[in-house]
Design a protein around this ligand. Structure first.
Ligand code: COA
Length: 162
């Protein structure tokens, strides 16, 4: 059976979606997403980052990937300085390597909303999955490796015209 994933923009009241994806992630995935040491406690992650994970317009986007009734992936784009935004993505372990992060990132581009913006993302040097994802999306290394991290950057193109 093929998994059908739907994408939905969260509106700041969808705390349950954020909870669902954080609880479905392994400690390793939470560690890589939030640059935390050891085995991060999902409750602690939710306490610390819930507001950031729900950030919505005008200062950002929280985009959920949903399998049936379960939220399995989350993309966050949070605006900082003028026309610069920070990207973070996580996909719960059982759903990884099925193109879900690629779909979330593709939505960002297709929306056209961020065309011309500089989007930055930081990953640890040993995070092969994140680095492959970012390279594939056209990101280039801006800094690093420094302190065990790379910073990637992309000036977001407009939506592709058929
Ligand atoms: C990074 C992450 C979001 C990728 O999600 P995903 O849904 O599995 O990614 P996709 O299936 O769309 O794959 C994207 C690309 O990464 C590659 N990839 C995925 N997992 C990989 C792995 N473990 N090792 C090497 N490459 C990997 C895929 O082959 C694909 O490349 P391709 O298009 O050239 O074939 C997911 O691994 C994750 O949540 N990691 C922990 C959190 C994190 O590191 N976030 C990024 C920092 S903010």
């Amino acid at each position: 059976m093929t998994t059908v994933i739907t994408l939905r923009e969260l509106d700041g009241t969808a705390a349950e979606d954020v909870r669902s994806v954080v609880l479905a992630c392994s400690p390793g995935t939470l560690r890589r997403r939030f640059f935390l040491p050891g085995r991060p406690d999902p409750a602690d992650v939710l306490g610390r980052y819930r507001r950031y994970l729900l950030a919505g317009p005008p200062d950002g986007v929280a985009l959920a990937a949903i399998d049936g009734r379960t939220t399995v992936g989350l993309l966050n784009l949070v605006a900082g300085e003028a026309r610069v935004a920070e990207l973070g993505i996580m996909v719960a372990d059982p759903w990884q390597r099925q193109g879900i992060a690629t779909g979330l990132a593709g939505w960002l581009r297709a929306s056209g909303r961020w065309a011309g913006w500089t989007v930055r993302a930081v990953t640890q040097v040993d995070n092969a999955a994140a680095r492959a994802l970012l390279r594939r999306q056209g990101f280039r290394v801006r800094h690093g490796p420094q302190h065990g991290e790379y910073e990637y950057e992309l000036t977001m193109p407009g939506p592709e015209v058929a």
